[in-house]
Design a protein around this ligand. Structure first.
Ligand code: PEP
Ligand code: MG
Length: 569
């Protein structure tokens, strides 16, 4: 048996299709004149964009609009003027187009891969894919074509590019195994969106798994079983049936309320990063959007989106939500979130630096532009504004003052805007937890961002394998912080929801019910599982679990206990 990281749930049984990456062989020096070589490069880049456009259409159908942005980002990068200029310069110096591109991309890859934050490291993956794709065009080498893979195929590769993933027919692909990648690599994001079981980070997969061999992919536990015995096949088939049955059963919750067994109701909203995510949220059973990460509107482009472009994006999202609530988080850059068009300063400790609201308060023109777009969109529906990374009351007050200023600017221009826009804050810093009582007096709602809060409470970098054991929402310190902040918010009668990944973890559901959370905001794919998890608990039973868990001294005890109660519930 081989083992890796479970990145897309489910069990797949099938035959291996080995996708070996062919090495691309090319001359270092050009044989054409510089002008002809530049033209060769231009044509290859254009052919790449044409192909990618078609792949993107396919990907929108198989993985959904929201996830097709991965290829969109590659296309945008292929037209980046500074990349094109540098390639051109190297061609002029005598390099072949392939070598010029390799050199330029290699520089970017080196810088991005050395970064300590995951999002930047992921950019290295983007550049690598783009570089190989254009080189393939230059050399006339076709990408592996998985479109006609027979039913019951398990794809095995070192890495799978977004372009290969775009060719997948999820009816035929039973599973995916890769040697590289992680939870957030493209193949993993797309496998989850397509509902294909996947395991990544499987050392030795390509050499150990032969083409045509029968294998089992356990995307829930992260196992890959080769040459399985008949009794193993039978056991996994049973687990596969149970998984599919569970997936089918939770469909029951599609049009139901989000309600505990004892009757308490909760809001169950979705996290999105593009306007196109709104329709998907409703299709998946979401009751609106609890977190629109607007920083994605600023990524992979040369200039920040203007007020009108932002207004159109927010208006479209509201229209698609058909009257359901929309919480838009203002620009959250810095830390692990890059946006080249904003030219963020380099800092020694970016996670402790100019992030989220701190950056916006120092870059008022960008912030005011966004606030004006929000105020204009506010007349069209149920819109709320949420500020990221708040750590002091002054930040909330300053942001409100800027919102007033933006309103006056619009009025002076005679543009219609909403009179009152609810303003809430993300609870992501220990400072916000400790001053929650004061913040709750002036904020209209709280939304807890556990992805960041866990890191800051535990003072650990989740990207570092040395301390990743500390990064858990089940750490006693985190549980106490959650209980306290929910209590303080509720005491002031403001809604408190949770929009970090922990919101979708069924082990935490009884605790969140007991603490008095008002709503969950999760990825569209998790909506039904969360609604089903909430329905399993009465408030009384959840209180007992919360009391027992909070009395425990270690994360290991809490985790073992919550796993047990989740299975029994
Ligand atoms: C969080 O920190 O939990 C959160 C939802 O924000 P993001 O993941 O965008 O940092
Ligand atoms: Mg965050």
């Amino acid at each position: 048996m081989l083992h890796g990281t479970a990145v897309s749930e489910g069990i797949g049984l099938g035959r291996v299709m080995l996708l070996e990456e062919c090495s691309l062989v090319y001359r270092e020096e050009r044989t054409n004149g510089a002008q002809a070589e530049r033209e060769r490069f231009r044509q290859a880049a254009e052919a790449y964009r044409r192909k990618t456009q078609a792949q993107m259409e396919h990907l929108k159908r198989s993985a959904g609009e929201e996830d097709a942005w991965i290829l969109e980002a590659h296309m945008a990068m292929s037209g980046d003027p500074s990349l094109l200029r540098r390639v051109g310069e190297r061609i002029d110096q005598g390099k072949s187009a392939e070598a010029a591109l390799q050199e330029v991309c290699g520089g970017y890859i080196e810088v991005f891969s050395a970064s300590s934050d995951e999002l930047t490291r992921r950019r290295a993956e983007d550049v690598r894919e783009l570089c190989r794709a254009i080189q393939r065009e230059l050399l006339g080498v076709e990408e592996a074509d998985v479109r006609h893979a027979p039913k019951g195929t398990v794809l095995v590769a070192r890495e799978l590019s977004a372009a290969v993933m775009a060719g997948i027919d999820n009816e035929n692909i039973a599973g995916i195994v890769t040697e590289g990648g992680g939870m957030t690599s493209h193949s993993s994001i797309l496998a989850r969106a397509m509902g294909v079981p996947a395991v990544c980070g499987v050392k030795g997969a390509v050499s150990r798994l032969a083409d045509g061999a029968f294998v089992i992919v356990d995307g829930t536990r992260g196992d890959v079983i080769f040459t399985p015995k008949p009794e193993e096949i039978e056991a996994y088939q049973k687990r596969q049936d149970a998984f599919l049955e569970k997936r089918r059963r939770i469909q029951y919750f599609l049009h139901k309320k989000t309600q505990a067994k004892s009757g308490e109701e909760f809001k169950l909203l979705c996290n999105i990063s593009m306007p196109s995510g709104a329709a998907r949220a409703l299709e998946a059973g979401g009751e609106g959007v609890g977190l629109f990460r607007t920083e994605y509107l600023f990524m992979n482009r040369q200039h920040p989106p203007c007020e009108e472009e932002q207004y159109q994006a927010y208006a479209q999202t509201l229209r698609d939500l058909k009257g359901r609530p929309l919480t838009i988080r203002t620009l959250d850059v810095g830390g692990d979130k890059e946006a080249a068009c904003l030219e963020l300063a380099q800092e020694a400790n970016p996670f402790l630096g100019l992030r989220g609201i701190r950056w916006c308060l120092k870059n008022r023109e960008v912030f005011l532009t966004q606030l004006r777009a929000l105020l204009r969109a506010g007349v069209l529906g149920d819109l709320r504004v949420m500020l990221p990374m708040v750590s002091t009351l002054e930040e909330l007050r300053e942001a409100r003052a800027l919102l007033d200023q933006a309103r006056s600017q619009l009025k002076a221009q005679g543009l219609p805007c909403v009179g009152n826009l609810p303003v809430g804050i993300m609870i992501e810093t220990p400072a916000a937890v400790l001053t929650a009582a004061a913040l709750a007096r002036e904020a209209d709602f709280f939304s807890i961002g556990t992805n960041d809060l866990v890191g800051y409470v535990m003072a650990c970098d989740r990207g570092s394998p040395q301390v990743s054991g500390l990064y858990s929402p089940m750490q006693p310190a985190v549980l106490h912080a959650l209980r306290e902040v929910i209590r303080l918010g509720r005491e002031r009668n403001i809604p408190v929801s949770l929009c970090g990944e922990a919101a979708a973890d069924p082990r935490l559901t009884p605790l969140l019910i007991s603490f008095g959370l008002s709503g969950f905001s999760v990825a569209a794919a998790s909506v039904l599982a969360v609604r089903a998890a909430v329905a399993r608990w009465t408030k009384g039973a959840a209180d007992q679990v919360a009391e027992a868990a909070l009395a425990m001294g270690t994360e290991a005890e809490v985790q073992a206990y919550l796993r047990q109660v989740a299975v029994e519930a």
